[in-house]
Write a protein that binds this ligand. Structure first.
Ligand SMILES: [Zn+2]
Length: 231
């Protein structure tokens, strides 16, 4: 096997390593991506706060209404038990009862509004909690599938790294250095020569050059510097 062919094979393994590594990274990203679940949990927390707030408002509205009704009851007692005989006082008490009673209706309306608000938020909390359960089930399932893909990917990568080490050991170290440098600076180190043209830059390779390359010398394209490989 010529040096160029060895390097070409090495490059193929490196490309495959790169692809598999990218796939593995993608799988690992997905494995750690719990954004939808985190978002749903924070939505639930804020809905629960809203619910607590609405329930407090409902409670204090109930107390206000009870106070009002208690006051009306007490005055009515005074009026009907007959302890008060002073006509002026009686008129005042009746006025007071009337005033208090007129507040009851609006306060009841407020309470009803608050009660339906509480019900609405309770329904939202329930829906979000169900969403979270669903997301958790999906998350668990996805973790299993992705976990499997991850371990498969790791096995493939380990095998490829083994292949690479085996190839590397057979290649001359100076040629390896050239290869690594070209990979870093040019992205690709070895290119085929097809129909007399360098497949890296599509310039026609001088006959003397490709003949040397074909004979097994390590020849770099004069135009793009990549190592020329002839099958
Ligand atoms: Zn070239």
């Amino acid at each position: 096997m010529s040096l160029a062919e060895q390097l070409y094979k090495l490059q193929q393994v490196d490309l495959e390593l790169q692809r598999k590594q990218q796939e593995l990274n993608e799988v690992e990203n997905q494995l750690s991506d719990d954004k939808p679940l985190v978002a749903a949990e924070s939505k639930l927390a804020s809905q629960k706060e809203q619910l607590e707030d609405a329930r407090k408002k409902q409670k204090s509205s109930e107390w206000e209404l009870e106070d009002l009704q208690e006051k009306v009851r007490q005055i009515n007692n005074k009026l009907y038990v007959g302890t008060t005989t002073n006509p002026k006082e009686l008129v005042n008490l009746e006025k007071e009862v009337k005033g208090l009673k007129s507040q009851i209706g609006p306060k009841e309306d407020v309470l009803l509004g608050l009660m339906s608000q509480v019900e609405e938020i309770e329904a939202k909390v329930k829906t979000t909690a169900e969403e979270i359960e669903q997301l958790k089930r999906e998350w668990k399932q996805r973790q299993e599938t992705l976990g499997q893909r991850k371990s498969e990917g790791e096995t493939v990568l380990a095998k490829l790294r083994g292949d690479r080490n085996g190839l590397e050991q057979q290649i001359d170290s100076e040629a390896l250095n050239t290869y690594e440098r070209l990979r870093l600076t040019r992205g690709q180190a070895v290119v085929k020569v097809e129909r007399g043209k360098c497949q890296g830059c599509h310039i026609t390779v001088p006959t003397s050059q490709w003949q040397k390359a074909k004979a097994g010398d390590l020849i770099q394209c004069t135009s793009c510097s990549k190592i020329l490989y002839l099958e």
